[in-house]
Design a protein around this ligand. Structure first.
Ligand SMILES: Nc1nc2c(ncn2[C@@H]2O[C@H](COP(=O)(O)OP(=O)(O)OP(=O)(O)O)[C@@H](O)[C@H]2O)c(=O)[nH]1
Length: 218
């Protein structure tokens, strides 16, 4: 069908309904809410602050969780990040119901120098699944503190294997030594969110897509 010609001119066919529709979609795609979750001391604050300020701050006096808003560029597009740096005093590693309802995606963090933190990830994942009643959510698995090679307790292969099992991306990073991989981790998970939102489009979205509007979201 060559009807796409009419729809290409957005000011033409049903312009009144079409334009607001596209606007709504665009703004929802440009935001990523990230909940940074993981056991105590794995570097959740260090990673969040490194991403947001590009600085590494050695010690954090943090007894409450912090939420930050940050606008940056991902793949040439403006992206507004909201980052929730959780505190893990309890066994739930910060994965409370309200946090899991709020967030678009989850950064699951362990430390490569702590076997205990790695072993806690499956329980954390289970808590997330139970809270969300099986509804899927984009995730990324992060092994932090890779600069401490001489103290390593978890191999890269183990991290990779777990990520394959979870069907999510995986990165080993160092909040203290390497700002680029930390940035890449946040960018990667935002791409997962964009892809997830795309896949979750409603039937109506797909009908619009068939008329050539898909291009507006790529
Ligand atoms: N060597 C090294 N130390 C790190 C790294 N990231 C964090 N740390 C240190 O690990 C300790 C814990 O870091 P935090 O960022 O407070 O960890 P957290 O996961 O937020 O801890 P809680 O909020 O208590 O759950 C601090 O002493 C940090 O300086 C890293 O990449 N390399």
């Amino acid at each position: 069908m060559s009807g796409g010609g009419g729809l290409t001119d957005q000011s033409g066919i049903q312009g009144g309904t079409l334009r607001p529709y596209l606007k709504r979609k665009k703004s929802s795609f440009a935001e990523t809410k990230v909940a940074v979750l993981g056991p105590h001391g794995v570097g959740k604050s260090a990673l969040s602050v490194r991403f947001l300020t590009k600085r590494f701050i050695g010690e954090y006096d943090q007894s409450a969780e912090s939420k930050y808003k940050y606008t940056t560029n991902v793949d040439g597009e403006t992206m507004i990040f909201e980052v929730l740096d959780t505190v893990s005093e309890n066994e739930d590693c910060g994965a409370r119901d309200d946090v899991l309802r709020w967030t678009d995606c989850i950064m699951l963090v362990y430390s490569v120098v702590s076997r205990k933190s790695f072993d806690a990830i499956p329980e954390l994942k289970k808590t997330i699944e139970e809270s969300r009643k099986g509804a899927s959510i984009p995730m990324i698995l992060i092994g932090n503190k890779r600069d401490l090679a001489h103290m390593r307790e978890v191999s890269t292969e183990e991290g990779e294997k777990l990520a394959v099992e979870y069907g999510c991306p995986f990165l080993e990073v160092s909040a203290s030594e390497d700002v680029d991989t930390v940035t890449e981790a946040f960018h990667k998970v935002s791409r997962e969110v964009i892809e997830f939102k795309r896949r979750s489009r409603t039937f109506i979205d797909r009908v619009f897509g068939a008329f050539g509007l898909e291009k507006s979201t790529t």
